[in-house]
Design a protein. Sequence first.
Length: 909
Amino acid sequence: MLCVLLILILNILLIDSHLIAPSNKHIGIIDNKSFKNKDKGDDGDKVPTKSIIDILSSNESFSNLILTLQKSDLIDYVNSLSNITFLAPVNDAFDKHDIQIGYKISKQQLKKFIIDDVILREYILGIAIEYTLADYGSPYIDDFQIPVLLDHRDGLYMVENANVLSDDEYISTSDSVVLAIDDLFMNPKESVCTYFQNSLDRNTGYERFRTFSDLIIGGNTCRSLQMSNLTFLTPSDSSLDINHIEKNYLLHDRGMEDKDLFLSNFILDGMVGGNYDNATVIYKNCNGDNISISSSCLGDEIIINNEVHSTKANYLLSDGIIHYFEDTLFNYKDTKKFPLFTPRKYLIGLEFEDFVDEVDFRGLSKLIDDRSLNQTIFVSNDYKSMTSLKNQMLYCFVNGSNEITSNAGDQEHNHKLLESRYCQTSEVDGDKRFCQKIKFEILEDGSMTLNGNSKIFNKEPYKIGNTSIYLIEEDLSLPPKLPVAISSKLVGFGMSIQFFKQFNYHKLLSNGNDFYTILLPSTKLWRSLDLTLDYLIDNPNLLKLIIEDLIIKGLIYDDFTGSAEFETYSDSKTFISRENSDALLIDNSTSVEISFTSQVLYSDGIIHPIQNNLPLPKDLTISTADLLTSQESLEFEKIINLVNLTHVLKPNSGYSILLPSSKSLLQENITASLGDIHYLEKCARLHILPPGSLDMILSCNSTSLTTLIPTMINGTHLTCRKLASGGTMLSITEGSGNEVRILRHGLVIEGSDEIKELSGIFLLDRPLNPNWLNNDHGKLYLHLPMFAIFVGILIGVVCVLLIFGCCLILVLGNTKIDQLEQQGSVREVEGAAQHIVSVNETMPLLSGDYNEGNIDGDAYGDGYKAMAVPKTNNSKKAGNVRTLGKYSSSFDARYSMNASASPIDMNNV
Ligand SMILES: *[C@@H]1O[C@H](CO)[C@@H](O)[C@H](O)[C@H]1NC(C)=O
Ligand SMILES: *[C@@H]1O[C@H](CO)[C@@H](O)[C@H](O)[C@H]1NC(C)=O
Ligand SMILES: *[C@@H]1O[C@H](CO)[C@@H](O)[C@H](O)[C@H]1NC(C)=O
Ligand SMILES: *[C@@H]1O[C@H](CO)[C@@H](O)[C@H](O)[C@H]1NC(C)=O
Ligand SMILES: *[C@@H]1O[C@H](CO)[C@@H](O)[C@H](O)[C@H]1NC(C)=O
Ligand SMILES: *[C@@H]1O[C@H](CO)[C@@H](O)[C@H](O)[C@H]1NC(C)=O
Ligand SMILES: *[C@@H]1O[C@H](CO)[C@@H](O)[C@H](O)[C@H]1NC(C)=O
Ligand SMILES: *[C@@H]1O[C@H](CO)[C@@H](O)[C@H](O)[C@H]1NC(C)=O
């Protein structure tokens, strides 16, 4: 201590206080210049053994430093240094950071203040990079010296963040220079990898280069490549022509090579920076390309290729240097130096690598590697779970890249059939191609769907080359085979499905050999054929003919225009033309409505559900006699034969038949064996309608009560009545009020082109009895009106008697008589009421609760089941009043169930 004190005092005395830190740096430097010259010239010769410590000790401004060196036992080390520049912080520098006097430091810490060269400022112009003795700069390179930045411009001299206060104090004996500085290098420099790692968290100031940092850090690139001793031409995020998908791709494992290619453009070997004067120096980047580097502002600005100026340069790391650029550095379109993005790379960037694998596995790699393909790709997140086939894969690729964008926003055409790359070749003529379609729709809320279930996420596609990529919510699966397509998409077509199954078409039409358009009539349409359908079911050959006519070879989508001749499945020709915007005209006769939304794609073509008209073959003929064969008509036909009226059943005769079933005829004792030929003929003629009558019954409604429907008996007509429930009742106009119900009907089909009056058959619940005719009444049956009058008179008489009785009671006030009279009258009232109830119940059919509407029921099986329900109710009710109701009620109970059932179900009942 004493020694130190002595030295200090000596120094203060010997050397004048020129070296104190001046508040004004300029003044300080100017002062020091004169001092230096003096010092070098005079003192250097006088004191030949002067060391760094001597110089420090001689100036009070370094007392802290001296103390620190002593405490840290580094005096000897400093004395042993030669061929260096010693940066000596003055006391103020310690104070600035509140470092206590005599703070201990390590040798390594001290080395940061020792530049490994003799630096005289006249050789430093502008910015220069030098190295310190601190040799722990790089985690990867042994003994990498930490660099330090010198800045000597406009008379200002700085080392890093510290001002140089003194002149260059040259010590000739150790060939060293001492510089007084006014700051400590408190913040340790980060290494390259640490810096870029941390820059992801920092997001301020100049450091808007997250993309670049991400790429350097991502996938552990920095550490695994041991990045050190490098120069980074760091591009700002905005200057990089890279979107988030491309970035994702570059960060992906599979993008590693491309990332390295990308990054190597921006990285130079070694530490390149500082002042190049007016020279241009050529360096090679890690790609091997020449990069010419020059500087301006004495090295404060680095210029790349004489063109791109850095906005911040010479940012030193412990083992690297960064120059920051906000302008575009390179031509990023240059595919030799920068990765060429392809649909594959985009798909990887979008994290659909499973999809990519699948595409490769199916041998379709060229579809995603060729940027020039005009196509649209649909990918979904579901690919992870699906086992895709090649066809399935191809179905996700659509020809044309702007198929969807061209439609978006167009309210008029908010749907479209897209043509996928999944194409089949017809076996019949090899080059005819059928490319499976995709139904694209824009819904009212603006969302876009494919095949009605897959939602498109991105309204704007990801575009790469000529390819557009859309992400979809659900997997886009190929249109299924026929039966699945129908049953999954269509409700109310069960009967068609059943028929297609019956003839095995659901297999034949899905075998991938040929392509079809299927007109699929709804169950409702089939069922409207009613009795005619019974006949068709009894005659499968005819039904098959009809079905085959509904299958057209070739593809007719909803956008079909013009007219053309097609072949049906049965090889017959059919002529199809566009009738109007939403209907096709078949063979110039039947118009069927089709639409974009209703059409269903299936594996081998297209299905058009038909709701408005059932197209039938033009040469199909079904006569009245045909229709009768599938009904319970034996007894009726016997009667017709017996009375020589068979001509009415001949084809094209125009006659229609009201058919009571054999059972109902037997029940009513009207049979061919009755013997009363006159009666039978009357009966038969009542059930035959001359041409034209059928229309009247079909168009029967509440306002047509007065229509007279002619029968085969001259002067005898039928009146029809429409029930609220939809059923139709018939009664003889010139007869009693007895009504029969029309259960079902079927129309004759005549192939010839001439339009004739409709004819057909009606199925009745019971026969029209000739006895109901006015001139024939009253023999066997009590007529209801007469009965009603009788009951009315009876009730009237009872009422009169009652009133008379009451008056009598009031007048006489005799309680005995009163009691007796009351008991009697109550009994009588009850009797009368019973009569009224019975009368009403003899006509249950009039009540209209018979639900004929079920005939049009939709589901095939359910329709019939539903019909059976009201019948059981009726039979119970009818059973209760059998004694009074006679045949009208008992018939209802026993027959209506069978009469309404189809012949198929008949056997099961
Ligand atoms: C000082 O260093 C320079 C280069 O750094 C070298 O050329 C010179 O020989 C060294 N001198 C001594 C004395 O070590
Ligand atoms: C740093 O890189 C430069 C240029 O490649 C090279 O000359 C120098 O030796 C390297 N420094 C170290 C310490 O490896
Ligand atoms: C560099 O150019 C500037 C002006 O452009 C000039 O003043 C200076 O002398 C030049 N330096 C050298 C070393 O040529
Ligand atoms: C892609 O489509 C554009 C116009 O839509 C056309 O010019 C170009 O030739 C097409 N490219 C290919 C490969 O078909
Ligand atoms: C349908 O009508 C068009 C013109 O109206 C006619 O050219 C064509 O021959 C007709 N086709 C059939 C099958 O009648
Ligand atoms: C029907 O014709 C046959 C012979 O054709 C005849 O014997 C019979 O009497 C005829 N019956 C009636 C009711 O006209
Ligand atoms: C039909 O005839 C049988 C016997 O011939 C008779 O028992 C039955 O009551 C008759 N039915 C009707 C409804 O007249
Ligand atoms: C009832 O039928 C007649 C023809 O028979 C028709 O003119 C009329 O419009 C129909 N009324 C209703 C309500 O259907």
